[in-house]
Design a protein around this ligand. Structure first.
Ligand code: SGN
Ligand code: CA
Length: 552
């Protein structure tokens, strides 16, 4: 995409803004960026879908009603750390160096949008999940969860060290955000506040106040809950992220009696105060007793797991929605709402039982698409819905553009400001590039890259050399791989060309980024690790054979 026009416009605006910094700093908009972890569009009622009625999200919907809802916000790599690194840098994993969730440290010495905003006179703050291993750079204020963080009585890290708070994580993060807004920031400067929730990440531990929400409700099932993975390749079949087999009874599903590992359930439970444990037990024990007595098997057991999973996930979402409402109210009550861009997104989407799955990683729509809601009084037309191909790759440039700060040419996305103003640039992207790198590892999803053009999606699981092609117009649930269907031959050719063009445009190296093995990955169990390593060895041998016996 050619974004030079916007980049030079931003330069001009940036110069004016910088020149005027002392006199008119308050006129530069503030940004509140609320970001959650693993929140799928299926669980935001503004997006519609099967959960909208049973689990409404009124405060998230309010952002959509007052601003713009993006229906095709696509991630560059559907996994936490890489998504966050892309957002900070405006670059793909292969350029920002953060490929794999658990195995990489973010290089905080590189250019990021918070540093650029800070340099232009913005106050920058981040509160909540960070998950990039190194300490945050470019922030006047940071207070982060170590690693994945904890739902109950979480620890926080600051430049001064680590301390523990009592309470529920989503609520504590919201309180901290309000405290920063009211007491800790420099009131003379415009600001960007990043509020980054842990919720609704696994293991979906709800707040005390919502432990029994949805108890009397039946959550609708997706059509593909019992997917048999026919008509697709082996990656979908061989994953380890399904409700039936991967979910643990103890930690994930909160049935202590059924905990197969012993340690998992204790991690969360042991952090709780006696009072929190009592509330937890009062909520779950009667439901668990009924479950044990029912002695479910087969399909019924999967259906029960789905209900327990979705209810806990949606309970966590409810707290995130409350957080949005509290922050919106705070901005309004304190005269900040009119000059603040309010943005909501998540690090990626998630499977809420579609294909029988939880987790993410695949380029299939549920995890490839992430929510994006933006309100900006006076700029964005209330209630607008946008279906352009936008990406978390665009966030850094958008924040800079909102602030009138020059956008570095090396950033790989585009600013969303023109789209927000209803003036989509003629040269806006028509294809989007995706690349996931973590195999073997958690949930055993094969590495793949791919391209999407808004209708067709071409995916390549390159370690096992399997190609998949989906037509989302006729097959929105992506159940049938059309790659070998002659009727799609021309489309396949076009998509191959698009993929090659995007690889070139984004400077994707040919082979070296594929050699990320033998890092200290985390495995669910020894058997999964062995299965994964065996598959990886077989794939390596196949690649070696294909390349005539050389190693790369
Ligand atoms: C943890 C989870 C995984 C999840 C990864 C990545 N396991 O390892 O299920 O895929 O995080 O999530 S858990 O048993 O510890 O919950 S991410 O949001 O950080 O990408
Ligand atoms: Ca995540």
């Amino acid at each position: 995409m050619n974004t030079n026009r916007f980049k030079s416009l931003a330069t001009l605006v940036g110069c004016i803004a910088l020149g005027a910094m002392h006199g008119f700093s308050q006129s530069r908009p503030n940004i509140v960026f609320v970001f959650s972890d693993d929140h799928a569009t299926q669980a935001i009622s503004a997006y519609g879908g099967r959960l909208a009625e049973v689990a409404p999200t009124p405060n998230l919907d309010r952002i959509a009603a007052e601003g713009m809802m993006f229906t095709r916000c696509l991630v560059t790599n559907s996994i936490c750390g890489p998504s966050r690194a892309t957002i900070l840098t405006g670059k793909y994993s292969h350029l920002n160096g953060f490929f794999q969730n658990e195995a990489t440290r973010f290089d905080g010495s590189q250019q990021t949008f918070p540093k650029l905003l800070q340099g232009a006179g913005y106050q920058t703050a981040i509160i909540g999940k960070w998950h990039l291993a190194s300490d945050p750079t470019g922030f006047d204020h940071w207070e982060i969860l170590p690693g994945q963080g904890s739902y109950y009585n979480p620890d926080f890290m600051t430049a001064e060290g680590k301390h523990r708070e009592t309470g529920y994580c989503t609520e504590i993060i919201t309180e901290k955000a309000k405290t920063w807004l009211s007491e800790q920031r420099d009131q003379e400067k415009p600001f960007i506040l990043m509020v980054q929730h842990k919720a609704p990440h696994r293991a979906w531990d709800p707040a005390p106040r919502y432990l029994t929400l949805f108890d009397d409700v039946e959550i609708p099932e997706p059509d593909s809950l019992f997917d048999d993975y026919s008509n697709r390749g082996s990656a979908a079949r061989d994953q380890d992220m399904n409700i039936e087999n991967t979910m643990t009874m103890g930690r994930d599903l909160k049935v202590k009696e059924g905990d197969d590992t012993g340690q998992f359930v204790m991690q969360a439970y042991n952090r709780m105060t006696p009072d929190q444990q009592a509330q937890w037990d009062a909520a779950y024990q009667p439901k668990n007793d009924a479950f044990v007595a029912a002695n479910l098997e087969g399909r019924e057991l999967v259906q029960w797991k789905y209900q327990r999973y979705l209810k806990d996930y949606l309970r966590c979402v409810k707290s995130v929605d409350d957080s949005i409402g509290e922050l919106q109210d705070y901005l309004e009550e304190n005269g900040l709402a009119d000059n603040t861009v309010f943005i909501y997104s998540s690090d990626q989407g998630f499977y809420l039982g579609e294909h029988g799955w939880f987790d993410k990683r695949f380029m299939f729509d549920e995890s490839y698409r992430t929510p994006l809601l933006v309100s900006w009084p006076g700029k964005v037309k209330p209630g607008s819905v946008n279906g352009d191909l936008v990406s978390n790759l665009d966030f850094a440039e958008t924040f800079l553009d909102i602030a009138g700060v020059e956008i570095p040419g090396e950033m790989q996305g585009g600013s969303l400001v023109p789209i927000l103003e209803g003036k989509k640039p003629d040269d806006w992207r028509t294809t989007h590039y995706y690349h996931y790198y973590e195999y073997p590892g958690w949930h055993m999803v094969q590495r793949h890259e791919g391209v999407y053009d808004g209708r067709y999606k071409l995916m390549h699981y390159y370690d096992i050399d399997e190609w998949e092609l989906y037509d989302l117009e006729t097959d929105p649930s992506e159940m049938t791989n059309q790659y070998s269907n002659v009727e799609y031959a021309e489309i396949a050719t076009k998509m191959h060309a698009d993929l090659a063009a995007l690889r070139e445009q984004h400077d994707v190296p040919e082979n070296e980024v594929r050699d990320l093995t033998d890092v200290d990955m985390h495995y669910h169990s020894d058997s999964i690790r062995e299965r994964g390593l065996a598959k990886k060895a077989a794939a390596d041998a196949k690649l070696k054979e294909a390349s005539g016996g050389t190693d790369k």
